[in-house]
Design a protein. Structure first.
Lengths: 300, 257, 333
């Protein structure tokens, strides 16, 4: 029983990482109807940015909450900028060019970031500095809860809550929702669609960067290709929750994390990566619009 | 027995009733107009007959067979062809290719063609000739190699008709064939429709907004409004029907005196 | 007309024979490998073009079918082919036996891949556009991971084309004639398929599915057919790859490879067989030939992809074909 709870805790921890990345996919899809294949690489860049920032700012050797927050902020800012740059240069010119061209461009950007990353950062894995000294905080029953896990969960939840606030309570969030329902109508109503889309990319990238830092905390080995699998899986999570739906991405991410952890622990670990895709296939077969999505019909 | 019989047809999308308990019949060889204000359910009715939507209630019987809910390609094989309100040509293909795609042979498996080495060339040429004949019949001969989306608007509409005819249908459904045309073009279209019906032995149902367009053309007029049938009969009678006049008041259609 | 095509085939055969005789003597083995890889890339790209370019379906997991063809044919060779060749070599010269076996292994790889193509296509084709793309991506990954977990074909260590029970039998084929002959056959078949007779159905489905249905084309069946044929030839390409490299690992068949194939098809022009061939050949050859470009190869690809989408989205040739395929494509106009 304790093992189950322990696994659930691990699952939720991983799931919240997936959720943070999935949110970026889902928000961009919501406003642009584009699957931003490059998003996983933003997550990777977040981890890399954190690594370099920690060393540059001299906090790599001095773990503390403050160090973590500092690195988090720097990385999120850097990746927000990167996301904005990508949108501006690669996607915006293709607005209105159909669905295929932006998708292919996204694949191109993804490949570019991976390979440029290998070139610039070196293909060998790096060790993310321990920004928090790992210690076991509590033992509830037989479950060990480390401070790192608490940090990851707390940060992720805080960010998700923050995002919910932005989406539901701010003008920007309203504008974002308007654009995702009906971009031309929103434009006619005076919503600055271009800026909203840019802002969406920035937000999503910031969340992905945070995910990268949190992963660096808990699994310190980072490399330029680390974005591939989590990127794909987070994407599956977004589809699971209903692509375009913000609560869907959160729920989808958590669900995926839990299912993956449980299956790995109780069934087989060699198929760990396959689980996400099996879920993907099942979802697409039986409920392609996901848990929170709405079906669409085509007018003839 | 009529060629096409529609009994108690209803089509619902979620809470919206696009078509409600509509009955009408189309005799073989006749030319029927389906008219009504915007949103009356005319195109929806076409979509059900051609299999794009399944009926929520009621039945559609073609040449004695129930076809409600059947797949569009199967219905096409039975002998129903159509054109679309918002022209759906194969845009990057040439006019000739658009028509050829609809010929008998195109519907068969391409795989089998690969294995058949000897006679394919002869069949290719025969298909090409047949397609050209159709193009010429609709005065599109000079556009055979041109991309479909490079054709002028009126020619595109005629190309869609040529493509529909290539399937050798018994029943031809034309959805707003005269949309966007000036009076001279409409007159030419009227002539064309009459000629096609005579030359190909077709039964034709056409949708149009323009009541005067259908007046001198059709044997019978069926009027829909808000998904329900409000009139059905010869043009002269329908034109004077008070329900019809009321339905059209305020719309941008014309009711000729 | 007939005489001309016979002459053309004859010339091609002569050229291939010459290639096999001359190449090992004239060319550095490294270049022979590159040429071989070009031929394989051409087959894979042409097969993908059928689905993405001609039928308008967005499939981005094509490397999965290559993987199946590679592993299936490799398994056949190691577990059955070697024994068969050993036995046959008692009666006929080994070289002859190997040449007889060559088409068998290719067709086997292709057929197994084709079956997997249907298994993927039937459920996946219920989806459209982005969702279909995701489904094919997922399928490709599932295939790769599944193969990774099969010990009998090496699992994570990779699979070597050598039979321990029959060590004297060479299962590798280093014949350029074989690769290019198959490539020519593939391209000819695909060109016939698309540009003759029933092939218009593919493009009709690409242009407008609803209109295609309205003229009697069973669109789902056409799409499945496209997947079937495409995965068959992808399997053949995979089989060729396995038997020319002599060692395979699932790392060669991940979604990076799938994306490469998509790049070939898009950069060449969606809807142009010649375009896909040219792009596949150029983009496979270029990085190999330009020394020191190794790490930059994928950066080159990705920049080219992005630039093409931004500046010339129709790719190199758009939907046009060059000679000799244009002879077929213009035949229908």
């Amino acid at each position: 029983m304790e093992n189950l709870l322990q696994q659930l805790l691990n699952g939720i921890t991983w799931g919240s990482i997936y959720a943070l990345i999935a949110l970026g996919y889902t928000m961009v899809y919501g406003v642009l109807k584009l699957i931003n294949f490059a998003h996983g690489e933003i997550y990777m860049m977040g981890a890399m940015a954190g690594y370099y920032a920690a060393h540059a700012l001299g906090v790599a050797g001095t773990p503390s909450l403050g160090a973590l927050l500092l690195v988090l902020v720097v990385s999120m800012a850097a990746c927000g900028l990167l996301g904005a740059l990508i949108e501006r240069v690669a996607y915006r010119p293709l607005r209105g060019a159909g669905r295929l061209a932006p998708l292919i461009t996204a694949i191109g950007v993804s490949l570019l970031l991976q390979n440029a990353g290998q070139l610039v950062f070196g293909a060998d894995p790096k060790f993310f500095p321990a920004l928090l000294r790992s210690e076991e905080l509590v033992r509830v029953g037989g479950i060990a809860v480390s401070n790192i896990q608490v940090a990851v969960l707390a940060t992720a939840l805080a960010l998700m809550a923050g995002l919910q606030y932005v989406v539901r309570r701010t003008r920007f969030g309203r504008a974002m929702r308007a654009v995702s329902y009906d971009a031309p109508a929103a434009a006619l109503m005076g919503v600055p669609v271009d800026r909203v889309i840019l802002g969406t990319f920035v937000l999503g990238s910031m969340l992905a960067a945070a995910a990268g830092i949190l992963v660096g905390l808990s699994n310190p080995k980072i490399d330029p290709l680390m974005g591939l699998m989590p990127g794909l899986k987070a994407f599956v999570a977004a589809v699971l929750g209903g692509i375009g739906s913000v609560p869907g991405a959160m729920v989808g991410g958590l669900l995926l994390g839990v299912i993956e952890t449980l299956v790995t622990a109780y069934l087989s670990s060699t198929y760990r990566d396959a689980i996400a895709f099996v879920i993907l296939v099942l979802i697409l077969l039986y409920r392609p619009t996901g848990l929170f999505g709405a079906p669409q019909t085509e007018k003839v | 027995m009529s060629l096409l019989e529609i009994h108690g047809l209803s089509v619902r999308f979620g809470g919206l009733s696009a078509v409600s308990r509509v009955d009408f019949e189309v005799e073989a060889g006749s030319l029927v107009a389906l008219i009504g204000p915007n949103g009356a359910g005319k195109t929806t009715a076409f979509n059900v007959v051609t299999g794009v939507y399944a009926p929520s209630d009621g039945s559609v019987v073609f040449a004695g067979r129930e076809i409600g809910g059947a797949a569009p390609h199967a219905i096409s094989a039975l002998g129903i062809a159509r054109t679309f309100q918002n022209i759906r040509l194969f845009r990057s293909l040439s006019a000739l290719e658009n028509v050829r795609a609809a010929l008998q042979g195109a519907r068969r498996s391409g795989l089998r063609d690969v294995l058949r080495l000897a006679r394919w060339r002869a069949r290719e040429e025969a298909a090409g000739r047949e397609a050209r004949v159709l193009l010429d019949e609709l005065a599109l001969g000079e556009f055979a190699s041109a991309r479909a989306d490079s054709l002028p608007y009126g020619e595109q509409r005629r190309l869609e008709i040529a493509r529909a005819l290539a399937t050798r249908p018994k029943l031809l459904l034309l959805d707003e064939p005269a949309a966007g045309m000036n009076p001279a073009e409409k007159q030419a279209l009227r002539e064309l429709i009459r000629r096609l019906r005579a030359d190909h032995g077709l039964t034709i149902v056409l949708i149009d907004h323009d009541v005067s367009f259908v007046m001198n053309l059709c044997d019978r007029v069926v009027v829909l409004d808000h998904g329900e049938k409000i009139a059905d009969g010869p043009p002269d009678r329908v034109r004077r029907d008070p329900h019809v006049i009321e339905a059209y008041l305020g719309s941008d259609a014309t009711v000729a005196p | 007309m007939r005489v001309r095509s016979l002459l053309a085939v004859g010339a091609l055969l002569a050229f291939l024979a010459l290639l096999d005789l001359a190449a090992p003597r004239v060319l550095n083995p490294y270049y022979v490998t590159i040429l071989s890889r070009i031929g394989i890339a051409v087959i894979a790209a042409a097969s993908l073009q059928l689905v993405n370019g001609f039928t308008g379906q967005f499939s981005i997991g094509h490397a999965g079918f290559m993987a199946i063809g590679a592993y299936a044919s490799a398994a056949l060779s190691v577990y059955a082919g070697a024994a068969a060749l050993d036995a046959a070599s008692q009666i006929v010269p080994l070289t002859a036996a190997r040449w007889l076996y060559f088409p068998v292994l290719l067709v086997f790889g292709g057929l197994v891949a084709a079956v997997s193509g249907i298994v993927v296509a039937v459920p996946a084709l219920r989806l459209r556009g982005d969702y279909l793309a995701i489904a094919t991506l997922g399928a490709g990954e599932i295939i790769r991971i599944a193969i990774l977990n099969i010990d009998a074909v090496g699992g994570a260590r990779g699979f070597s084309l050598a039979s321990s029970a029959h060590p004297g039998i060479d299962l590798r084929y280093e014949s350029l004639a074989g690769v290019f002959g198959v490539a020519a056959l593939t391209v000819a078949t695909l060109a016939r398929l698309v540009y003759a007779g029933g092939g218009l159905a593919f493009r009709a489905v690409r242009e407008d599915e609803i209109a295609a249905e309205s003229i009697g084309i069973a669109t789902t069946r056409v799409k499945i057919e496209a997947f079937l044929v495409a995965s068959f030839f992808a399997g053949v390409a995979g089989a060729l790859f396995a038997h020319s490299e002599g060692y395979i690992h699932t790392n060669s068949f991940g979604f990076v490879r799938s994306f490469e194939l998509v790049a070939f098809v898009v950069l060449g022009g969606l809807g142009s067989l010649t375009g896909a061939i040219l792009a596949a050949a150029t983009l496979t050859a270029l990085p190999e030939l330009l020394r020191g470009l190794g790490e930059w190869r994928m950066i080159l690809y990705s920049l080219l992809l992005i630039a093409t989408m931004l500046l010339r989205p129709q790719g190199l040739l758009g939907q046009r074909e060059l000679w000799p395929i244009s002879l077929l494509s213009r035949g229908t106009k």
